[in-house]
Structures are given as structure tokens and as C-alpha cells.
Ligand binder design. Structure first.
Ligand code: HEC
Ligand code: HEC
Ligand code: HEC
Ligand code: HEC
Ligand code: HEC
Ligand code: HEC
Length: 300
């Protein structure tokens, strides 16, 4: 990255900090405090007893323990390590049956398939813990087993059950799995999330995710930008670009479940986004996080 842009980002963080403290934008600090409280609670809470409530255990999108980097800006109080950003931990049943919870790595799968393949064609929900997945389904070629069948990807069992731990890997290091850090470092860099600029990676052909299971399909790419002017011109207006989104996502995933198909028809605020709505359905979970203010607030 150019020195000037590093400087610009640094200055913008200072500006944002000043602005949060001195302006009426107390919600940012409030939200921060709230998240800290929730986190502290969930860390001290004893594990849910499997006999009493096996189904109630929520999946989470972070993998603990995570390294805590010094807080450099507003946004998430805890910065997840880049190799784990976007990982989804699935544990409706696993630990209740004395298996390690499942870690689903987006960083790897998104390099192989567009989001559309899993979230539209296969119907996985874009919400951690929303799908009810059982081993029988996987062995019958459904859910993860659509690919993890020994043909497209490794089979559920493998010799002497060696593959079980490739998925049931929460908290352990699995030698057969890829070195995330090494792999991600081969892709174009970006300061947040996986520290990968996934848009560049695709545009430069470093990754070529398939648009359908057999790789014969094509995405419908729409080159339309939507500008969302801010109520107060404190930051640049938001530019929502369809192109990078439609290279990996299908229209139906956003329209009209999340957004109306008309500029300015969907009322949304930054607080909604921080809470995981609208742009926050993906940004902060799998796509680059909300800390990257100027990548969205980019109107020149
Ligand atoms: C190989 C399949 C696959 C691909 C490809 C994939 N996902 Fe997912 N995604 C999943 C699964 C499985 C889950 C977990 C669903 C559950 O827990 O019920 C998930 C969950 C999510 C969530 C919720 C995460 C959370 O923390 O709540 C988001 C957001 C998401 N995906 C976005 C994306 C985006 C954006 C892309 C493309 C860049 C993508 N996914 C590509 C399978 C996939
Ligand atoms: C659309 C196809 C597809 C689906 C659906 C899918 N995977 Fe995969 N997955 C792959 C492919 C391809 C690989 C690479 C295979 C290999 O290494 O042999 C892979 C690799 C993996 C790896 C190893 C990653 C590494 O570090 O090397 C894990 C873990 C994994 N998948 C878990 C899951 C889980 C859990 C699900 C369901 C929630 C799932 N996958 C659904 C295609 C898929
Ligand atoms: C491709 C990834 C993958 C592989 C490989 C895999 N699992 Fe699973 N397994 C899952 C997912 C996803 C779930 C659902 C996780 C949850 O919500 O707890 C699951 C759930 C389970 C459960 C609890 C639910 C149930 O169906 O009883 C058990 C037990 C289990 N797996 C055992 C195994 C064993 C044993 C192996 C090896 C023979 C294995 N798994 C291999 C992905 C995998
Ligand atoms: C990642 C989410 C996302 C995807 C995927 C997506 N859109 Fe949109 N679209 C938006 C947003 C956000 C807006 C602006 C809505 C607003 O301002 O209320 C929008 C607006 C539009 C508009 C109105 C533009 C205008 O100037 O009034 C059209 C038309 C549209 N989308 C078509 C599509 C089509 C066709 C596809 C698939 C090829 C698609 N969109 C895929 C998020 C998405
Ligand atoms: C993923 C894209 C995205 C990122 C990243 C992002 N914003 Fe926003 N922001 C939006 C959208 C969309 C709106 C709503 C614009 C509108 O009013 O139509 C918005 C609105 C705002 C507003 C207007 C007032 C309000 O509360 O809605 C402020 C101030 C703001 N953002 C600050 C920030 C700051 C500070 C950051 C970095 C910490 C940030 N944004 C990061 C998309 C983003
Ligand atoms: C359904 C998931 C999803 C939603 C909703 C979504 N995005 Fe994204 N967005 C992505 C993915 C995936 C990328 C690719 C980059 C990445 O993963 O970090 C991306 C990339 C971007 C980029 C980078 C473009 C570039 O050329 O580098 C911008 C800007 C952006 N999104 C803004 C927004 C704004 C603003 C909204 C809300 C109005 C929004 N996005 C809603 C998934 C989503």
C-alpha cells in the first residue's frame, strides 16, 4: 500500500475518534461498551449443559481464543486474527456428543466457489447457526456432503475416520488442513478482515471461484453504482458498487430480502449496519469489516 494511503487512513481514524467523542455520535461508543459487556458475560458463563439444552447453543462466527490486537479504531472491540476472520463455528450438536465443534472456513471456500453456489443454489443461510446439519445428511450427499463426498472434496470419513477432524477442528490444529496464513499471504493485501483484498484477488485472476457446482455457469454482473448521500457531510457519501458484489452474489440474495431494487428506497443507518443488518449482513462477518470506513464512504 502507498504511504499516502496509510497516512490517509491514520488521519481518518484520528478524525473519526475526535468526531465520535465530540459529536452526537455516542452510539458508536455505546455500542462498543455494549459489545464488551456481552462478551465479558459470554466468557464467564459456564457451558450450557448438553442434557438440558442441546439445541439452544448458538453458533458463533469467531473462534476463541483469539489474539487481541490493540484497538486502533471504532468498530469491533475485538479484532479477530486474519486467518480466522469469516470462520463459522457450528455446534448445535457436536460438543453435546463429545465431538469438537465444526469450523467452516469461508476464506478457503470462497476462493473455490462464489457465495451464490452455497447461499442460493445449495441454500445455506447467511446466518451462523441457522442451518440444522446432521452427519446423516452429509453421508447422504446433502449439505456439506454435496461436495464432501470423496469426489469434489474429501469424504466425510476417510481412512480410519481420518477426515472427521478436518471439519471437527475447533481449538485443534489439523495437519491435513491448509495453512491459512500461508495461503492468504499469496493474495493481494488489504488492511482489515482476512487482510485480503478479495475484489482484487478475483479481478487479477488470483482466485477463480466457480459460479455453479460444476464450474460451467457464469455470474450475471451488473456495473451499476448506487450513491447514498449522508444526512450530514462529515464523511464522504457511500458508493455501493454492484459490480464486485454481483461477481460473487446473485441478485436474489440481496433483492428484496435485504434491499429494495431502487436507489434510496431502503432506509438504513450506520448503527443498523453495526448491528449486522443491511450491508452488515456480510460486512463484519465474511466481507471486509466496518472498520474500513473509507472503502464504503468513498464518493470523491
Ligand atoms: C462452500 C459454501 C459456502 C460459500 C462458497 C460461501 N458460504 Fe457463507 N456460509 C456457508 C455456511 C455453511 C455458513 C453457515 C450457515 C449456518 O451456520 O447455518 C455460512 C454463513 C455465512 C454468513 C453468516 C456468518 C455469521 O457469522 O453469521 C455470511 C454473512 C455468509 N456466509 C456470507 C458469504 C459470502 C459473502 C460468501 C462469498 C464471498 C460466502 N458466504 C460463501 C457456506 C458458504
Ligand atoms: C460447494 C462445495 C463445498 C461445500 C458445500 C462445502 N465444501 Fe468444504 N471444501 C470444498 C472443497 C473443494 C475443499 C477442498 C478439498 C480438499 O482439500 O480436498 C473443501 C475443503 C474443506 C475444508 C478444509 C479446508 C482446509 O483448510 O484445507 C474444511 C474444513 C471444509 N471444507 C469444511 C466444510 C464444511 C463444514 C462444510 C459444510 C458446512 C463444507 N465444507 C461445505 C468444497 C465444499
Ligand atoms: C465435511 C465436514 C464434516 C466431516 C468430514 C465430518 N463432519 Fe460431523 N458434522 C459436520 C457438521 C457441519 C455437523 C453439524 C455441526 C453442529 O451443528 O454441531 C456435524 C455434526 C456431527 C455430529 C453431531 C450431529 C449428529 O449428526 O450426530 C457428530 C456426532 C459428528 N458430526 C461426527 C462425525 C464423525 C464421526 C465424522 C467422521 C466419520 C465426521 N463427523 C466428519 C461436518 C463434518
Ligand atoms: C450485495 C447486495 C446486492 C446484490 C447482490 C444486488 N444488488 Fe441491486 N442494489 C443493492 C443496493 C444496496 C441497492 C440500493 C438500494 C437503496 O438505495 O435503497 C440496489 C439497487 C438496485 C437497483 C436500483 C438502482 C437505481 O439506481 O435505482 C437495481 C435496478 C438493482 N439493484 C438491480 C440488481 C440486479 C439486477 C442484481 C443482480 C444482477 C442486483 N441488483 C444485485 C444491493 C444489491
Ligand atoms: C460496508 C459499508 C460501510 C462501511 C464500512 C461504513 N459505512 Fe458508514 N454508512 C454506510 C451506509 C450504507 C450508510 C447509510 C447512508 C445513508 O444514509 O443512506 C452509512 C452511514 C453513515 C453515517 C451517517 C449517519 C448514520 O448514522 O447513518 C456515518 C456518520 C457513518 N456511516 C460513519 C461511518 C464510520 C465512522 C465508519 C467506519 C467505522 C463507517 N461509516 C463504515 C456504509 C458503510
Ligand atoms: C450479501 C453480502 C453483502 C452485502 C449485503 C453487502 N456486501 Fe459489500 N461486499 C460483499 C463482498 C463479498 C465483497 C467482496 C470483498 C470482501 O469480501 O471483502 C464486498 C465488497 C464491497 C466493496 C468493495 C468494492 C471494491 O471494489 O473494492 C464495497 C465498497 C462494498 N462492498 C460496499 C457495500 C455496501 C455500501 C453495502 C450496503 C449498501 C454492501 N456492500 C452490502 C458482500 C456484501
Amino acid at each position: 500500500m502507498k504511504k499516502t494511503s496509510v497516512f490517509f487512513i491514520f488521519i481518518s481514524f484520528l478524525a473519526v475518534g475526535w468526531f465520535v467523542n465530540s459529536s452526537g455520535l455516542h452510539w458508536l461508543t455505546e455500542l462498543y461498551a455494549q459489545e464488551k459487556k456481552i462478551e465479558a458475560k459470554s466468557e464467564t458463563k459456564p457451558a450450557v449443559k448438553p442434557e438440558t439444552k442441546p439445541k439452544a447453543k448458538p453458533a458463533s462466527s469467531v473462534q476463541a481464543p483469539v489474539a487481541v490486537e490493540p484497538l486502533t479504531g471504532v468498530g469491533h472491540p475485538r479484532i479477530i486474527v486474519p486467518e480466522e476472520y469469516g470462520n463459522v463455528v457450528l455446534d448445535r450438536y457436536s460438543s453435546a456428543k463429545n465431538f469438537k465443534p465444526v469450523v467452516f472456513p469461508h476464506w478457503w471456500h470462497r476462493s473455490q466457489y462464489t457465495c451464490k453456489v452455497c447461499h442460493l443454489d445449495l441454500g445455506f443461510k447467511m446466518q451462523a447457526g441457522a442451518d440444522d446439519i446432521k452427519m446423516v445428511d452429509i453421508f447422504q450427499g446433502k449439505s456439506c456432503g454435496t461436495c464432501h463426498n470423496g469426489k469434489i472434496a474429501f469424504a466425510p470419513a476417510g481412512p480410519k475416520g481420518a477426515n472427521c477432524q478436518r471439519c471437527h477442528s475447533y481449538g485443534i490444529k489439523v495437519p491435513q488442513n491448509r495453512d491459512a496464513k500461508g495461503y492468504l499471504s499469496t493474495l493481494p493485501r488489504s488492511p482489515f478482515g482476512n487482510k485480503v483484498d478479495w475484489v482484487k484477488a478475483l479481478d487479477e485472476g488470483k482466485i477463480a471461484p466457480k459460479a455453479n457446482l460444476d464450474g460451467t455457469g457464469k455470474m450475471i454482473v451488473l456495473p451499476v453504482n448506487v450513491i447514498r448521500p449522508l444526512p450530514n457531510p462529515i464523511l464522504p457519501d457511500v458508493v455501493y458498487p454492484h459490480k464486485p458484489h454481483t461477481q460473487v452474489l446473485a441478485c436474489q440474495l440481496c433483492h428484496t430480502a435485504i434491499f429494495q431494487m431502487k436507489a434510496m428506497a431502503t432506509p438504513m443507518t450506520m448503527l443498523d449496519i453495526f448491528k449486522g443488518k443491511f450491508c452488515g449482513v456480510c460486512h463484519g462477518k465474511v466481507a471486509f469489516p466496518v472498520e474500513n470506513c473509507l472503502r464504503c464512504h468513498s464518493k470523491k
